[in-house]
Design a protein around this ligand. Structure first.
Ligand code: ASP
Length: 327
C-alpha cells in the first residue's frame, strides 16, 4: 500500500462554524472523516501550524520544504492542507525549494469547512489522496476536480468552488469519472536537493497609468534594504515612456545590484523585444519572467536572492525553467 504524509498548515478546510471561523480540526480529524480511504493508502498526518494562510510566508515555506525533504524517502506522496488565499505562493515556494522532486506534493484546501453542509473539503481531500499516489512528480494544487501546476496557479474566485486556475498551462490532471493525466507532466531533470531559503526583501511593483517614477526612486534611497523587484508591466512588457522616468528607475535599481524580474499580469509570455516601450526594460537590465505570473515570479526571485549571492548565478537560475514556471 502506498504511504502518504498529510501535513496540516491551516485554512478554512479545518475551521469550525460558518460565520466565525476558528481553527478547530486538525489533520488527524480530517483523515478520520474519510474512512474509506484508510484501506486505499496508509495516511500519516503531521501538523506544521494552524494558520490562516495570510500568515504563511517564507518561514513556513522553509519549514514545510524541510519537513518534506526529511520524510521524502519514507512516503510515496505528500498532501499539504492549506488555506486558499496564499496557496499558489506556497506551491511555488515548494516547487523551487524541492529541486528534482521525484514524487507528488499536492496542496489542497476548501472554500467551505469539512464540518459544513455542501462543503467542497471532502472531495478536494479525497481527490488529493488519490493523486498523491500517482506518478506526478510535481508540486500541484488539487481543487474542484482539477490538478494544477502549483507554480502556474492563481486564485481566481473567492466565492466559487472553482477557486483556482493555471492560465496558459493545461491542468496536470482532470478528475472526473476517470482521471485524465496531462502529457506535459514533468519528470525530474536534476538530482533531488532541498534549498529552503527565501529572501523577504523582494517586492512587487505594479505599473499603472500615471505612476510617478519619483515615488519609486525613494525605494532606492537605502540601498541595503531591497534585494529584488518583481515588475508587473502592461501587456507583454510595456511601460510608460513618454514623460515618465520608470525605465531610468529600473536602470538605477539594476545598477545597485537589485534584480528586476518582469512578470505577467495576464495570460501569455513576456516579450521585451516586441515594442520600443518594452525594449527599454532590456536596456535597463531587467530580466524577462516568461509566462510567470506574480505569485511564481515573486517567490522565485525571493528564492534566487536567498540561494545565490553571485549575480551571474542568480541570472542563470532565473532563466532556468525550474518547475515549468517559464513556459
Ligand atoms: N482565509 C483562508 C485562508 O487562506 C481562506 C481559505 O482557506 O479558503 O487561510
Amino acid at each position: 500500500m502506498q504511504k502518504i504524509l498529510l501535513i496540516h498548515t491551516g485554512g478554512t478546510i479545518g475551521m469550525e462554524g460558518e460565520t466565525h471561523l476558528e481553527p478547530g480540526h486538525y489533520a488527524t480529524a480530517l483523515v478520520e472523516q474519510l474512512p474509506e480511504y484508510m484501506g486505499f493508502a496508509k495516511i500519516d498526518s503531521a501538523i506544521l501550524c494552524n494558520l490562516d494562510s495570510s500568515d504563511i510566508g517564507p518561514e513556513q515555506w522553509s519549514k514545510l520544504a524541510c519537513m518534506i525533504a526529511e520524510h521524502r524517502s519514507q512516503y510515496d506522496g505528500f498532501i499539504v492542507v492549506h488555506g486558499t488565499d496564499t496557496m499558489p505562493y506556497t506551491a511555488s515556494a515548494l516547487a523551487f525549494a524541492l529541486e528534482g522532486l521525484d514524487r507528488p506534493v499536492v496542496l489542497t484546501g476548501a472554500q467551505r469547512p469539512l464540518g459544513a453542509l455542501r462543503n467542497d473539503a471532502r472531495r478536494n481531500l479525497a481527490d488529493s489522496i488519490e493523486v498523491a499516489t500517482l506518478n506526478i512528480p510535481e508540486v500541484s494544487i488539487c481543487f474542484d476536480g482539477m490538478l494544477l501546476r502549483g507554480c502556474r496557479s492563481c486564485k481566481v474566485n473567492t466565492r466559487a468552488y472553482h477557486a483556482f486556475d493555471s492560465p496558459g498551462c493545461e491542468p496536470l490532471a482532470k478528475l472526473g469519472v476517470d482521471i485524465t493525466l496531462g502529457k506535459h507532466i514533468r519528470k525530474p531533470t536534476a538530482p533531488f536537493r532541498c534549498c529552503p531559503r527565501f529572501d523577504a526583501r523582494v517586492m512587487v511593483i505594479h505599473i499603472t497609468p500615471g505612476l510617478q517614477a519619483e515615488l519609486l526612486c525613494r525605494l532606492l534611497e537605502d540601498d541595503n534594504r531591497l534585494d529584488g523587484i518583481v515588475l508587473i508591466p502592461f501587456g507583454v512588457g510595456t511601460i510608460p515612456c513618454l514623460n515618465s522616468h520608470i525605465a531610468s528607475f529600473v536602470a538605477q535599481a539594476t545598477a545597485r545590484g537589485i534584480d528586476v524580474l518582469v512578470a505577467n499580469a495576464s495570460v501569455g509570455k513576456i516579450d521585451l523585444n516586441l515594442y520600443e516601450n518594452s525594449q527599454v526594460l532590456i536596456d535597463a537590465g531587467a530580466i524577462s519572467g516568461g509566462e510567470m505570473r506574480l505569485e511564481a515570479a515573486l517567490v522565485k526571485l525571493m528564492h534566487a536572492c536567498a540561494t545565490y549571492s553571485n549575480h551571474a548565478e542568480r541570472l542563470e537560475y532565473l532563466r532556468w525553467n525550474v518547475a515549468g514556471e517559464l513556459e
